[in-house]
Design a protein around this ligand. Structure first.
Ligand code: SAH
Length: 349
């Protein structure tokens, strides 16, 4: 059965037409789903019985079940462990800020990019998430916190540009007025750097923020951390970023996870500053989250400060990511893995 959350308004209108129903019913259905959190056709009161029955025969409304909710002590971070129909488990994080609620969604179950410091990728990729499945993470989270979510980051498990078509459809769905109505400028897509897809995305001319997980100032070092570096060089990534900026006029974010004694030296900072000089960008330094499956350690506070100061001195706009929710294992893929392990679905690595 088709998940109705994968459909645009136009597509549902067409379905109504094809099935002898009035087109305006499509808007009513989406109003129930997106604005009223009503996820059962039977209870959509303004629809005729016959229409509800037809809908229920053709479509499901796939909202994941919550299996666990974790709240950080200061209650500004929530982590949801969701289970989809087919039993697959993913995690979604909600961060509450003064300026609004932000959600970090997963785009795939697992990931096949193999970054050495990341827990999401340890067991490879299970499958892609559909656009509706990504969207449902937000719907369910809004219901849970009882508030609107206004910002989205595609930084959960998975590589968004490795699930390109579904992610593009997701972007157009959440942006729509009849749906969650979240503006493109409130959306950040993070990628490990799949160059041809960055260019394809640029051609869409969306106003979303593109974040690049760079994590190293040169290919030699990057290759020791991220297998994707064997496929695309940093200079190819930079060229694609320049193309993106040209097309969209949007500032790019470079993410740089600081790992003790790996990529946090003053020399690396100098090299990074040189690489990014003159590019419309911003560097986000992330103290690496310790993951059980590897031995990457967080840089010292001193090194983080030094690294940041060097970049700033060289004229590169830099921020250090505030650490939120580390008491609830909020780093990518950590929770899913510890849950699967506790149920003996995964063997120790
Ligand atoms: N695949 C995409 C998006 C998911 S990862 C990407 O690579 O960008 C989101 C961000 O978290 C990336 O910058 C990723 O490199 C970073 N990340 C993964 N594991 C981490 C860890 N243990 N500590 C800090 N950042 C981590």
């Amino acid at each position: 059965m088709d998940n109705i959350l994968n459909l645009s308004l136009e597509e549902l209108k067409q379905w109504m037409k094809d099935n002898g129903e009035s087109e305006f019913r499509a808007k009513q259905v989406f109003h129930w789903i997106y604005k009223s959190n009503q996820w059962n056709f039977r209870d959509m009161d303004n629809l005729p019985k016959n229409t509800k029955e037809k809908l229920a025969k053709s479509f499901s409304i796939d909202i994941p079940e919550i299996i666990e909710v974790y709240k950080s002590k200061d209650e500004d971070t929530y982590k949801f462990l969701y289970e989809y129909e087919d039993g697959n488990i993913i995690e979604t994080v909600v961060m509450k800020y003064k300026h609004g609620n932000s959600i970090c969604v997963s785009t795939q179950i697992g990931c096949r990019m193999g970054c050495k410091f990341c827990a999401s990728t340890v067991d490879g990729m299970v499958r892609n998430l559909s656009s509706g499945e990504i969207l449902a993470q937000i719907l369910k989270a809004q219901e849970q916190i009882g508030e609107r979510i206004s910002n989205i980051v595609l930084m959960g498990s998975g590589e968004p540009l490795d699930n390109y078509d579904n992610v593009i459809k997701f972007l157009s769905l959440v942006n729509a007025e009849y749906s969650l109505n979240i503006g493109q400028r409130h959306i950040t897509l993070s990628t490990c750097g799949i160059v041809p897809k960055i260019r394809e995305l640029a051609d869409k001319n969306y106003q979303i923020t593109l974040a690049i997980s760079l994590h190293a100032p040169n290919d030699k070092l990057r290759k020791t951390m991220m297998p994707i570096a064997n496929k695309y060089s940093i200079s190819e990534i930079i060229e694609a970023c320049k193309y993106y900026i040209n097309k969209t006029n949007r500032r790019i974010t470079f993410e740089y996870a600081l790992v003790n004694d790996v990529n946090d030296s003053a020399q690396s900072a100098e090299e990074l500053a040189k690489l990014l000089k003159g590019i419309l960008c911003h560097v986000n330094l992330i103290p690496v989250n310790k993951v059980r499956e590897n031995n990457f350690e967080k840089s010292s506070t001193n090194n983080i400060k030094n690294f940041s100061n060097i970049l700033i001195e060289k004229g590169i706009e830099t921020t250090i990511r505030r650490e939120m929710g580390s008491d609830i294992n909020a780093a990518c893929g950590q929770l899913r893995r510890s849950y699967l392990k506790s149920k003996n679905y995964l063997k120790e690595v």
